[in-house]
Write a protein that binds this ligand. Structure first.
Ligand SMILES: C[S@@+](CC[C@H](N)C(=O)[O-])C[C@H]1O[C@@H](n2cnc3c(N)ncnc32)[C@H](O)[C@@H]1O
Length: 277
């Protein structure tokens, strides 16, 4: 890998923060796992081959390995990968590999170049949040597609502009007016240049087709899911304190409408389920 980008440095220094992210984001975690499970069922997978690109400290990878799937975890941040190694060990599961790689050239990585068209399911639940350039997002998606089997799935997640605006409204509502010079530009293009610690990109759900234009013809988009359903991150976070049974009922209700246009168009995290042609 070449010199560290600021995004890589940030995750290296904050892997613990990232590992806890899905505690508050428990609904995103559960909904995403549901969708992954439904893809595995469609493929009839009992023990599938997964590649988790930008898998961070491995919350999804470890969960999948616990269900006896074979999982290769890759990430831009060696700090995240180190934490994933520790967490996998603590959980008593083995991952099939830890690969320090950038989604932009992962298909050329020495340990993966022989794995083209080998994975049943490729997860890309993170890199899109950090690739402000359309060309780079297309490149990362193309690499995931190359690594998936024909007929296999590629699941890519995006963060929306609405997620950020709701977060600002909750935590620091005056900021929108006070920093309007920044926000008026941000609302145009979704490039979150205010944070100098990392590159960030937030999309408008209604622009999804445009964002996927570069991979048109290579995949069929089967589903687009709002990972926080109609609740949104902030409300879902408050439900983290419920019992497991109480939370399960919320997940069931959210899943009933998570694919509906009104939910996806105001989602926080948008999960795009693509099938390789
Ligand atoms: C918000 S975290 C998500 C981690 C995990 N996939 C999840 O959903 O909980 C974003 C992850 O993407 C990784 N990432 C960002 N840009 C990347 C890139 N260009 N290539 C590979 N990984 C990248 C980061 O290092 C980080 O681990």
């Amino acid at each position: 890998m070449s010199a560290k980008s600021r995004t890589e440095r940030w995750y290296d220094e904050n892997s613990d923060v990232e590992n806890r992210r899905l505690d508050d984001g428990w609904l995103e975690f559960e909904v995403t796992k549901h969708v992954i499970q439904s893809c595995a069922e469609k493929l009839g997978l009992k023990k599938g081959r997964f590649l988790d690109v930008g898998g961070g400290p491995g919350r999804y990878a470890i969960d999948l390995a616990r269900s006896e799937h074979t999982v290769v975890l890759s990430d831009l941040s060696s700090g995240n990968l180190e934490l994933a190694r520790t967490k996998a060990k603590e959980s008593g599961v083995e991952l099939d590999g830890f690969i320090h790689a950038n989604a932009l050239d992962i298909a050329l990585h020495p340990t993966l170049s022989a794995s083209c068209s080998r994975f049943d399911i490729v997860l890309c639940l993170g890199p899109m949040y950090h690739l402000p350039s359309y060309a780079d997002r297309t490149q990362a998606l193309e690499n995931c597609i190359v690594l998936a089997k024909p007929g296999g799935y590629i699941l890519a997640a995006f963060v929306t502009v609405y997620a950020h605006l709701r977060d600002v409204a909750r935590r620091e509502p005056g900021r929108l007016a006070n920093e309007w010079a920044f926000y008026s530009r941000y609302l145009e293009h979704g490039k979150y240049e205010r944070n100098t610690n990392m590159d960030m990109y937030h999309m408008y759900p209604e622009n999804l087709d445009e964002d996927l234009r570069g991979v048109e013809g290579k995949v069929e988009v089967e589903r687009v899911v709002s990972c926080e359903g109609f609740l949104g991150f902030g409300v879902a976070k408050e439900l983290a304190k419920l019992t497991d049974g109480e939370r399960r009922t919320w997940v069931d209700v959210v899943m009933r409408s998570a694919d509906r246009m009104e939910c996806r168009n105001s989602a926080d995290h948008l999960l795009v389920v693509m099938r390789k042609k």
